[in-house]
Design a protein. Structure first.
Length: 297
């Protein structure tokens, strides 16, 4: 039986608790290396509220190489994902339970207050709330995490994320289905380097997902069998920037919802413009597996 939990989340048994000033280690969160970890501290502030500090390196793999760096918007989503993994380990369920995965992500950023880093790293304060808890046999099976981001006391963005158990394996798409792929230049899709490019042009100029680096340490850590939600979100962002000829700094909002497993290679991305917002649809054959939006200034 599945039910919504309206009482204190402390009713959900947690197997391991540690000092909030000592967050889980990078390998406990399933990260490929220590350098990938963004969470510096995590502590509980209320029944379903928490406070965290994240460090965003200026030279993060997704950031541009410049003297003054505006952090890639996906750092908000990746911070939220890592915080979700830490919350599950410390507060929400037994550590041995299969880790939940993002199935929908939405974020908005205010370019006027977004941190610009000229030093080593930005120290970002995050207010986290957990809602819509679904409990099955005493274990959290799904929930929604909302993270509000602050830099030097100024609010600059919010990321909402729904986490649940991923669905079963989907159909595989092989490279032979899309011969002669043409990869755009990184700058054309808002990527800092060629390994960050996730899309390419196939037959009749159709955009398809074809990661340049199938083991990308941030977007595809561990060479997963399916495309994670954050990678689908980034593929939609890249496709929209290419379709509209927009600059990365124009992006003010991103959202994606995963409806079925997205293969690592070969899914088509279709973009339509709707004023300041663009809608993207990810398909395998005629089946829609994900949808999303990119909001431009």
């Amino acid at each position: 039986m599945t039910e919504l939990l309206d009482s204190d989340i402390q009713d959900v048994p947690a197997k391991r608790r540690i000092n909030p000033d000592m967050p889980p280690a990078w390998d406990e969160l399933g990260l490929p290396s220590m350098s990938a970890m963004l969470v510096a501290s995590l502590s509980q502030r209320g029944k379903r509220s928490y406070e965290a500090l994240c460090q965003w390196p200026r030279w993060h793999a997704l950031n541009e190489r410049a003297l003054a760096v505006t952090h890639h918007p996906l750092l908000m989503a990746e911070s939220a994902r890592q915080l979700a993994a830490a919350l599950e380990l410390l507060y929400l369920q037994d550590a041995e339970t299969e880790r939940l995965q993002p199935v929908s992500v939405s974020l908005g950023v205010n370019p006027r207050t977004q941190p610009i880093e000229r030093g080593v790293a930005s120290h970002v304060l995050i207010h986290v709330t957990v809602s819509d808890l679904v409990v099955r046999r005493g274990t959290v099976a799904a929930y929604r995490l909302t993270a509000e981001f602050f830099d030097a006391g100024a609010y600059f963005g919010t990321c909402g994320m729904t986490l649940a158990h991923p669905s079963g394996p989907g159909p595989e798409v092989t490279p032979a289905s899309h011969p002669g792929l043409l990869r755009p230049a990184p700058a054309a899709v808002g990527a800092s380097a060629e390994p960050d490019v996730l899309i390419a042009r196939g037959a009749q100029g159709r955009l398809v997902i074809a990661p340049c680096d199938p083991g990308h340490p941030v977007l595809l850590p561990g060479r997963p069998a399916r495309l994670p939600a954050l990678a689908v979100l980034e593929a939609g962002r890249q496709a929209t920037l290419l379709y509209r000829g927009a600059l990365p700094s124009a992006v003010a909002g991103l959202a994606v919802r995963i409806d079925a497993p997205v293969p690592i290679l070969g899914a088509a991305v279709e973009v339509t413009a709707e004023g300041c917002a663009s809608r993207f649809v990810v398909k395998t054959g005629e089946r829609t597996v994900a949808t999303g939006t990119v909001t431009l200034l």
